[in-house]
Every structure is written in C-alpha cells, then in structure tokens.
Design a protein around this ligand. Sequence first.
Ligand SMILES: *[C@@H]1O[C@H](CO)[C@@H](O)[C@H](O)[C@H]1NC(C)=O
Ligand SMILES: *[C@@H]1O[C@H](CO)[C@@H](O)[C@H](O)[C@H]1NC(C)=O
Ligand SMILES: *[C@@H]1O[C@H](CO)[C@@H](O)[C@H](O)[C@H]1NC(C)=O
Ligand SMILES: *[C@@H]1O[C@H](CO)[C@@H](O)[C@H](O)[C@H]1NC(C)=O
Ligand SMILES: *[C@@H]1O[C@H](CO)[C@@H](O)[C@H](O)[C@H]1NC(C)=O
Ligand SMILES: *[C@@H]1O[C@H](CO)[C@@H](O)[C@H](O)[C@H]1NC(C)=O
Ligand SMILES: *[C@@H]1O[C@H](CO)[C@@H](O)[C@H](O)[C@H]1NC(C)=O
Ligand SMILES: *[C@@H]1O[C@H](CO)[C@@H](O)[C@H](O)[C@H]1NC(C)=O
Ligand SMILES: *[C@@H]1O[C@H](CO)[C@@H](O)[C@H](O)[C@H]1NC(C)=O
Ligand SMILES: *[C@@H]1O[C@H](CO)[C@@H](O)[C@H](O)[C@H]1NC(C)=O
Ligand SMILES: *[C@@H]1O[C@H](CO)[C@@H](O)[C@H](O)[C@H]1NC(C)=O
Length: 646
Amino acid sequence: MRRQFFHFVHRFIAFSISLFPLINADFADTVFQNGSIYTLNPSSDKVEAVAIKNGRFTYIGTNNGTSKLIGNETTVVNLQGRMAMPGLIDSHMHVVSGGLFLLKCDLNYQPLTLEDVLVHVQQCINMEPEEEEKHSWLEVVNCDYPTLTTKSGMINKKDLDTLKTTRPVSVRSSDYHTVWANSEALKLSNITADTPNPLGGNIGRLPGSQEPSGILEDNASYMLAVPPPTEEINIAAINAALKLLREAGITTFQEAAASTGWAGAWEKVKQNGSLSARGYFDYRIEPPASKDKIEGALHDVLNVTSKFNDASQLKPEPILKWQAIKGFLDGVITYPSNTGALVEPYNMPVGNTSQWAPDNSTLIEPYWRSDILTLMVERLILNHIDAQFHADGDLAVRIVLDAVESFRNAHPNYTDYRIGIAHDELTHADDWPRFAKLGVDAIMSFQWAQLSSFWIPNTFNSMGSERHDKLEAFGTIAKYGRPIVYGSDWPIDPLDEFLALKVGVTLAGDPENPHSPASQGPQYTGTFPGAKLSREAALRAITTEGARFLRADKHIGSLEVGKLADVIVLEKNYFEVPEDEIGRQRVLMTMLGGTVLYVAEGVSFGDRVVPKFPNGNSTTALERKRVGMHRRYIRDAREHRCRYAH
Ligand SMILES: *[C@@H]1O[C@H](CO)[C@@H](O)[C@H](O)[C@H]1NC(C)=O
Ligand SMILES: *[C@@H]1O[C@H](CO)[C@@H](O)[C@H](O)[C@H]1NC(C)=O
Ligand SMILES: *[C@@H]1O[C@H](CO)[C@@H](O)[C@H](O)[C@H]1NC(C)=O
Ligand SMILES: *[C@@H]1O[C@H](CO)[C@@H](O)[C@H](O)[C@H]1NC(C)=O
Ligand SMILES: *[C@@H]1O[C@H](CO)[C@@H](O)[C@H](O)[C@H]1NC(C)=O
Ligand SMILES: *[C@@H]1O[C@H](CO)[C@@H](O)[C@H](O)[C@H]1NC(C)=O
Ligand SMILES: *[C@@H]1O[C@H](CO)[C@@H](O)[C@H](O)[C@H]1NC(C)=O
Ligand SMILES: *[C@@H]1O[C@H](CO)[C@@H](O)[C@H](O)[C@H]1NC(C)=O
Ligand SMILES: *[C@@H]1O[C@H](CO)[C@@H](O)[C@H](O)[C@H]1NC(C)=O
Ligand SMILES: *[C@@H]1O[C@H](CO)[C@@H](O)[C@H](O)[C@H]1NC(C)=O
Ligand SMILES: *[C@@H]1O[C@H](CO)[C@@H](O)[C@H](O)[C@H]1NC(C)=O
C-alpha cells in the first residue's frame, strides 16, 4: 500500500481553486466533511471533505476548503471520521439471473443436510397463498449439492416427494450443473424411463432400472418444463437485484452474459426511474461454426449494440450501455465437471485406490476454435466492440492471449481495445507476463480463492500439487504488471463484495462470515496457495480498474473534481481494520451521481439526507424465502438442530 494514502493533502486546495474557479463559485448541493475519504485518484490521496454540485465533484480537499461552498440549501454531512470511497464497480455479474433467484426459494449456499433442505423448502411452500400457487413450479436455488450428498448420501425424487405439496419442485445446485426434481416435475416435463439422455446431459436413473431418479445433470436440467419468466417477472427480478446492489454499494455493474430479450425490461425500469446503477451489458454470442460465418456473427453483434447501446456520455442519471460481447471458451475446472480446457490433462482417480494420475481422455477442446477466435477478436476490435471471454482452464486462457497477440502483430499501433478474460482459475506460468504485455485484463472473482468444498479434496487432487500455485493466480498476474479487474459472478457466489476483497488480500475466508466456506468448519479456514493483492490493489480492482475496463474512467471510479459523484460510506475503515475483519463490513450510504439512493437501516446522516429508495421491512417476502434471513425461521431451524445461522 502506498504511504501517501495516509497523508492529508493540502495541496488539493490550491489545485482545485486554481483549476476550477467558476465551479467553486457556486454553493454545493452536498458537502461531506470530517471523513476519511479515499479518493483513489492517481496519487491515492486521502482527504477530509468533498463538495458536490449537479451530480459532480466541485471540490476535493479539507474541511476548511468547503466552508465557502456551503449555502443555506447545501446538505452538509458530517462523516464523523467514517470512511467514504468511490461507488463499487462490479465487472462480472448476472444481475437478471441473480434477481430471479431472489424471487425464488433460496438455500443461500449453506451446507445443509437433506432434513435441513426439506424443512426450508416446506417453509417456502407454506409461505405462498395456496390458491394462486397450487400448480406453479417451486424453484429452489443456491443448493450446496456437494455438501448435501456428502452429509446425506445419494438423494432422489422420492425425498422431494415427501414434501406436503402437489406442486412441481426443482432444486438447483449453486454451481448450476445439477438439478434435483420431484416426481410431479418429471411428469410435467415428460421425462420417463424411455427418455434418452440429451447431448451433453445426463438423466440420473434409480438403481437397477431406467426410471429417472430426479437428478438431472447439465443439459438434462434444461429439459424441465419450467415456464420462462414473463417480462413482468423480469422487471420484478431486476428491481429486486437493484435493491441488493444499492445495499452492497455497487453503483456500476457489467451484466456478463446479456440476452437481448431483457433489453425491454431494463428500458422500462429506467423509464420508471427505478434504475439505480449504471448498467453495462455484454451481449452473449456463440462461436461461429466456420470462418465464413464470422461476418454474419459480427453483423448480428453490430445490429444489437447499435440498437441497444446508449452511446451518450455518462451523466448523473444512470444509462444502459451495450458496447461489448461475451463468449464462453470452456466450462469449469471443478471436479467432477472437469469441463475447463487445460494444457495438461486432469488427474483422475486410479481404480479404487487413493492415487490420482493424469488421464488424457480429460483433454477437451475449447468451445471456440483458436483460428475462429483470432479472426473474431480482430473483427470485433476493428469495429470498436469490446469483449469479455469466459476462460477457466489454462488452455482456454491461452487461446485468448494468442488471439490478442495475433492482433497486435497485425496492428502494432492499435491499442484502444478492452479484452477481458473472466475467471482464469488455472493459468500457465508462461502466460502470466502476457496479460501486461498484451494489455489483456484478468477479471477475477476473489471469493473463489478460499478453501471450500469446491476445492477440497477432489478439485485439488485433479489439479495435482504441481499446479496448485497456478490456481487463482491473480496476485502473480498483478505482480507481472497488469492490475486485476474484479467481478463477483453473483449469484454463483453470494453478493458480499467486502468478503471478496478480504479473500483477494488474504487468500483466506472468514470463519465469522456466514457467506464464507470458512464458517462451515476448520477444514476451510486455511490459506489458498498463491500470491495476494495489497488492500489498495484489491480495492482498485473494484473501482478504478473496473472503470478503465468499461472505458468510463474519465467519469467514475475515483473521486476527482469534475467526475460523477458515485460515493459510498462504510461502517469501518477498510484500510485500518485488521485483515481478519476486512470481510465484516457494512455499506451505510450509497450515492449515485449526487443522489443518495440508500441509507442503511437504523443509520442517519441528518434530516436532510433522505434516500431515494426507502428500506422495506427486513422481513419482506423475498428475505423470508432465504435460508438464514428470517429470524423466526432461524429459531425454528435451530429447534430442528439445523445449522443455518452462525
Ligand atoms: C481551518 O480554519 C480554522 C479557522 O479559520 C483555522 O484555525 C485552522 O487553522 C484551519 N485549518 C487548516 C488545516 O487550514
Ligand atoms: C436561503 O436563502 C435565501 C436568500 O436569503 C432565501 O430566499 C431562501 O429561502 C433560503 N433557503 C432556505 C432553504 O432557507
Ligand atoms: C469529526 O469526527 C470525529 C470522529 O472521528 C469526532 O470525534 C469529531 O467530533 C468530529 N468533528 C466534528 C467537527 O464534527
Ligand atoms: C408431455 O406430453 C403431453 C402428452 O403427450 C403433451 O401434451 C405435453 O405438451 C408434453 N409436455 C412437454 C413439456 O413436452
Ligand atoms: C447442450 O445443448 C445445447 C443446445 O441444445 C448444445 O448446443 C450443446 O452443445 C449441448 N452441450 C454439450 C456439452 O453437448
Ligand atoms: C416502478 O417503480 C415502482 C415504485 O418503486 C415499482 O413498484 C414498480 O415495480 C416499478 N416498475 C418498473 C417497470 O420498474
Ligand atoms: C437485429 O436485432 C433485432 C433485435 O435483436 C432483431 O429482431 C433483428 O432481426 C436483427 N436484424 C438483423 C439484420 O440481424
Ligand atoms: C480394490 O480393487 C481390488 C482389485 O480390483 C480389490 O481386490 C479390492 O478389494 C478393492 N478394494 C476396495 C476397498 O474396494
Ligand atoms: C498422454 O498424452 C501424452 C502426449 O500425447 C503422451 O505422451 C502420454 O503417453 C499419454 N499418456 C497416456 C497414459 O496415454
Ligand atoms: C507505429 O509505432 C511505431 C513506434 O512507435 C512507429 O515507428 C510507426 O511509425 C507507427 N506506425 C504507424 C502506421 O503509425
Ligand atoms: C413494516 O412493518 C410494519 C409493522 O410490522 C407495518 O405496519 C408496515 O406496513 C410495514 N411496511 C412495509 C413497507 O411493508
């Protein structure tokens, strides 16, 4: 961390007065004083006070410097020494899916037994008015399936059939690969003993028969006849997600796999005035099957981006940008999926021994052919379209870097592109320096660098110890000169940005944070192998580096005169709390473009600070459906000797 972060900067007074005399002549709308305000400007200055007018900063400096900016209509907020910083920029989220999950019955990633799951699902069923909901699907999400099967053995449809309901029920694992359905769900979906497995999917069968067990893997899970969400439901999901983003302090998000089918819902939310974050949408594309399909694919991308992108400059009110694509190069390296594309094979168990050995049959081709990717990247860049690629295994990461290298060789002076590689869970040591050399961004979900049931023991076994220090190697990629960009991947992980930052800084979870696997027991409290980030580098990944990746760094990401006033106030000072406590944070206020959107329950910044979105009651229907979020439910659950709350 840089030393000057801790110095108050008096030269700022002179700086802002000399450069912005006209702006400073006006009284401010809002002044924050007496704070520990981290600007994240290029010299990492920390200041006492800022002033805001018309949604932008007009002054950054000392308490005294704001005195002449305070008129009788200025709202003055005394931060009482609290930390304020730029609003968070999350460069990889699934906002619509996450919002849809919020409307569903949520097992909240908790390590549950079969009995725990059934108790909670029954509560969800009982909570809904029966007449309305009698025949509708009950979808349960965020199930920790590895823990469920470890604790309760193999499960099947008959377990769900014990629920008191006639409704079709499906339970989806948090990694998205497995769905567990009851008999009614299978019946409505016509999945029978005669149904063959789909391509890329598996219909589990009961022992010694062809009868479906209710366990549906990968493509088989999409055979369930769940009706797609209507636009009304998508709007409800978006509004639910935006509420969570405000509470998390996220003022800008990038939707990492956007479908044009959602664009109408987003536009309606914006027109309604309920859009409360700046939105960037990565239009999801499929790999062209052959080289002669590339121009058609590009044409489709340009059609979509020109139709939906708001090309205007960022302003205080949030807008919706479609300026990038998303492509999937592989699956996930997690055992037993092993669908991440690797340079060297996965290790697999040898017979019934405890030995693991390389198995060449696990070597898979990335979903994009390298030559097609190379051509597509060139066509995208030359047409001013940015890209984020999902690449989890080291081979998938490598072919993106190769594609950009090829572009650079052909166009040595063309550097105005943004190419992000999301996840990068396994990277090859030869490729670490290439991120900096080629100007490619690693977009990392720090929460994955905690010990958890997704690593211990079998994903680590299948990687082999010689590859352990090449997992989640963001600290090393940063050391080679390319700052990291952060993306939570919510709802794949819980939305807990300060837990994620804690993991980025320590490579260890937090036993006191129920979102962290470390809270599940001592087997997950250790430190992940690899290099850590400084607190500042981790914080920049979710502020300035995100802004740079989105081409928005002239407007957001740091607190500087002339930039938009996207600010959050924190309960604790991120830079001063002990490392163990970085992940125990609360956002007290979220401001976007000078408008206060959110003030935490029970907190006041004075009578004049009235948030645009008042807090609902903490026991809203949404939260009641979530394991661990409903007090009465926690008590009931404890009486069942269950382990929901920590
Ligand atoms: C702020 O103003 C007060 C009163 O005018 C003065 O005593 C004090 O020295 C000033 N502080 C700084 C840091 O300039
Ligand atoms: C601020 O002062 C002006 C001029 O003195 C006055 O007209 C106005 O009503 C005042 N506003 C408030 C909110 O007190
Ligand atoms: C500034 O904040 C500190 C807490 O850090 C508090 O003790 C002090 O009273 C505040 N000063 C003013 C002028 O409000
Ligand atoms: C299931 O089969 C019935 C009868 O053949 C048919 O009416 C229904 O549309 C099918 N449902 C699905 C989801 O395929
Ligand atoms: C899953 O199904 C989709 C569409 O039906 C298909 O394109 C894809 O290749 C399948 N996945 C696998 C791994 O086979
Ligand atoms: C518009 O805002 C109201 C009030 O916040 C909300 O109830 C409604 O769902 C919103 N509609 C849309 C389309 O966002
Ligand atoms: C352009 O995109 C729109 C909206 O997705 C679609 O309806 C239309 O068919 C597309 N046109 C072309 C020429 O691809
Ligand atoms: C493992 O396999 C060997 C040979 O196939 C067999 O003799 C042995 O009983 C097996 N051990 C277990 C624990 O299943
Ligand atoms: C796996 O493939 C490598 C490279 O093709 C080869 O050298 C090795 O012998 C193969 N291993 C096995 C067990 O087939
Ligand atoms: C590209 O950059 C190099 C070195 O900076 C320079 O010598 C060369 O003239 C540039 N080429 C073009 C086409 O601008
Ligand atoms: C919140 O709860 C109180 C008392 O339980 C109730 O009177 C009020 O209507 C609720 N407000 C909302 C927005 O649900």
